[in-house]
Design a binder for this molecule. Structure first.
Ligand SMILES: Cc1cc2nc3c(=O)[nH]c(=O)nc-3n(C[C@H](O)[C@H](O)[C@H](O)COP(=O)(O)OP(=O)(O)OC[C@H]3O[C@@H](n4cnc5c(N)ncnc54)[C@H](O)[C@@H]3O)c2cc1C
Length: 425
């Protein structure tokens, strides 16, 4: 048997900080080149099936698989915690953005397309079939299909888009299972290993500080999520801008029983950049410990994300995910009107209890925060930060621009592109 590649002590060729969607992809790719120590603040044990069920969104008050931030406007911001990260707790929607979103990104268009194809294979992605649709999704499709389906193909487009989901037998395929399911001698995963700072010699990152001590490596790759990575870098780089997709909810009470095999099975993309989200049931049906508030339909502005900020403070990371500007608020208002009209249409006549439609007072958020260190601007195609050697960023922080989709598929694809560049480097 060959010697243990980690036998020389607490060192690795690469330390990857954060074992979420991007971290698992990066650890898998870089383990082909040398030893990788993958650290996560949460548990290293794979999420149990109660967590990964597509019928559960395990982000309720008692969940140990999430970390909660409170943004400066008082909003609850939840991110995944522990191996698998947000891929273990998210909605299981795994859609590419519009093809044009990726123009001008610092990787060739062909490489981006290939990275999506590989990510979809690894994450076992498939579109929900007609026969799998829940009650609300069937009504939603009946209303929107005559108004235009999106052009066929792997990219989303204007029109009705069937959701593609990373899933096996009713469970989310998580990033750890997809990329690290096969044990590898050159990857070691440490859970309960929160990184509290970067170890630097001059302009070079030489390792990380954890509560258990300092670990050294030739390179450090940050994949702690846009907020976790910002917590480590804002003390060095100062305040960073951050993007988020605002979402306004319209709710109704159903007048008959609803089946919902997954949170989100169908969405409409409008020509002015909105995503109308057909949630399968009341969030209370998916999230333990929250009170019923009606079946929501989401109106998210994907065309113009909000811009907020993250900054270091003595009390920890200060997060403000921003609010829509006037134009965005106007667009969202038009989307809300279209949803109210939809709920009053024949397709929903036997589903919506008369008089039960109501529009939330405030616009909320999508749990998508990204783009603090856009590749091509604040980082390069290998996720390197100018002026800091030995450091790369490969998670949602580096997504370069507006995105007409939830970010999960793009984060997985981009992590593989960044890891390829690091490996080549
Ligand atoms: C509830 C929810 C639902 C969502 N639904 C969808 C959806 O359906 N479709 C979609 O496209 N997107 C969705 N998203 C967004 C998407 O899942 C995330 O944007 C994506 O998974 C983020 O990937 P990441 O690698 O950047 O970070 P994450 O997957 O969040 O991973 C970050 C990891 O780093 C660890 N970490 C953080 N700080 C430290 C530290 N200091 N030291 C060590 N480890 C650390 C965390 O514990 C975590 O495991 C959702 C997100 C949430 C939270």
């Amino acid at each position: 048997m060959s010697p243990d590649p980690f036998a020389t002590g607490p060192f690795a060729d690469v330390i990857v900080v954060g074992a979420g969607s991007a971290g698992c992809v990066v650890a898998d790719r870089l383990a082909r080149e040398g030893t990788v120590l993958l650290l996560d603040a949460g548990p290293a044990t794979p999420p149990p099936s109660a967590v990964t069920s597509l019928r559960a969104l395990p982000v309720g008050p008692g969940s140990t698989r999430v970390v909660r931030y409170r943004d400066e406007r008082g909003r609850d911001v939840v991110r995944g915690r522990g191996i698998g990260g947000s891929s273990a707790v998210n909605g299981g929607y795994f859609l590419r953005g519009h093809r044009a979103d990726y123009r001008g990104w610092p990787w060739p268009a062909e490489a981006v397309a290939d990275a999506f194809t590989a990510a979809e294979r690894m994450m076992r992605v498939s579109a929900f079939a007609d026969a799998e649709l829940g009650t609300v999704a069937r009504a939603f499709d009946a209303h929107w299909a005559p108004r235009g389906r999106a052009a066929e193909g792997p990219w989303t487009a204007v029109g009705l888009n069937r959701v593609r989901s990373n899933r096996v037998a009713g469970h989310r395929m998580t990033a750890d299972r997809a990329y690290l399911g096969r044990p590898r001698r050159s990857v070691r995963v440490h859970g309960d290993a929160a990184v509290v700072g970067l170890e630097m010699r001059g302009d070079r990152v030489t390792g990380v500080r954890t509560s258990a001590g300092t670990l050294r490596a030739g390179r450090v790759v940050l994949t702690a999520g846009a907020l976790g990575t910002a917590a480590l870098l804002t003390p060095i780089l100062g305040t960073l801008a951050i993007r988020e997709h605002p979402e306004h909810l319209v709710r109704f009470e159903p007048r008959r029983a609803i089946t919902a095999p997954a949170l989100l099975q169908s969405v409409v993309h409008t020509a002015d950049g909105l995503e109308l989200r057909c949630y399968g049931d009341d969030f209370a049906a998916f999230i333990d410990g929250v009170a019923p508030t009606g079946v929501p339909v989401g109106v998210a502005d994907l065309g113009a994300a909000t811009t907020g900020s993250v900054r270091a403070s003595p009390a920890g990371l200060r997060v403000d995910l921003g609010v829509p500007d006037d134009e965005s608020a106007e667009r969202i208002g038009r989307g809300v009107a279209a949803v109210v009209e939809m709920l009053a249409s024949p397709a929903f006549a036997d589903l919506v209890r008369p008089g039960s439609i109501r529009v939330d007072a405030m616009t909320g958020l999508s749990s998508h925060a990204w783009g603090t260190l856009p590749a091509g601007v604040a980082t390069d195609a290998a996720g390197a930060v100018p002026g800091i050697d030995g450091l790369h960023v490969a998670d949602g922080s580096v997504l370069p621009g507006p995105l007409h989709a939830g970010p999960h598929a793009t984060i997985v694809a981009v992590a593989s592109l960044v890891a390829d560049r690091i490996a080549a480097g």
